[in-house]
Design a protein around this ligand. Sequence first.
Ligand SMILES: N[C@@H](CCC(=O)N[C@@H](CS)C(=O)NCC(=O)O)C(=O)O
Length: 219
Amino acid sequence: MALTLVLGNKNYSSWSMRPWILMHHFGLKFEELVIPLYQADSAEMLRRYSPSLKVPVLIDDELSIWESMAICEYVNDNYLQDKALPNGREARALCRAYCHEMHAGFGAIRSAMPMNCRARRTLPVSAAVQPEVERIDALWHKARRRYREHGDYLFGSFSMADALFAPIVMRFQTYDVPVSQTSADYMTTMLANASVVSWYEDACKESAEIAIAEVGEPR
Ligand SMILES: N[C@@H](CCC(=O)N[C@@H](CS)C(=O)NCC(=O)O)C(=O)O
């Protein structure tokens, strides 16, 4: 096995964070290659490693897999013995629905609140962002209520859904977005997760700044 995960800046690259957290949480051994984005040579580096010219990309010997969801599913199928999905028909289906809703949606949050792990900012929640925050709060609340007897993550044990929502937790922390107590407790669980802590510490060590991702007022 020779797995390499090609990533963007840990401070900013939310799509990179998802498979990294999943693989790291489950103790998979892999190399990391970070391509600092929005630099003079970023396009050249992306061309070298990524068929889609985006990160993340997982390289498994001769195979390159792009798209964060495809990478998560690939490692779950081939390296995690299905541990990244919960047991049971209902939980598996809901977990996948959560992942795909996250992957396909929440465009207003993604554009108004760039992931910026190390920053602490204030930013008014706009009319476009508010319903998306409420939807995420409702999703987290519903899963935590339904699966709380099985553990502290969305579906009890840590799953792909937690990896997919990890960058939202970082954003809500950065921009101090108000959520329900149940969701705040879930954020506390995620922010204490050893892999999330490790990603955050790496992000804080990076010095590159991406101007378009620096929004809001310092707090
Ligand atoms: N749908 C893709 C999105 C990947 C994506 O947009 N990645 C960003 C970084 S977070 C990127 O590579 N940006 C570089 C660029 O567009 O030049 C996925 O899920 O992996």
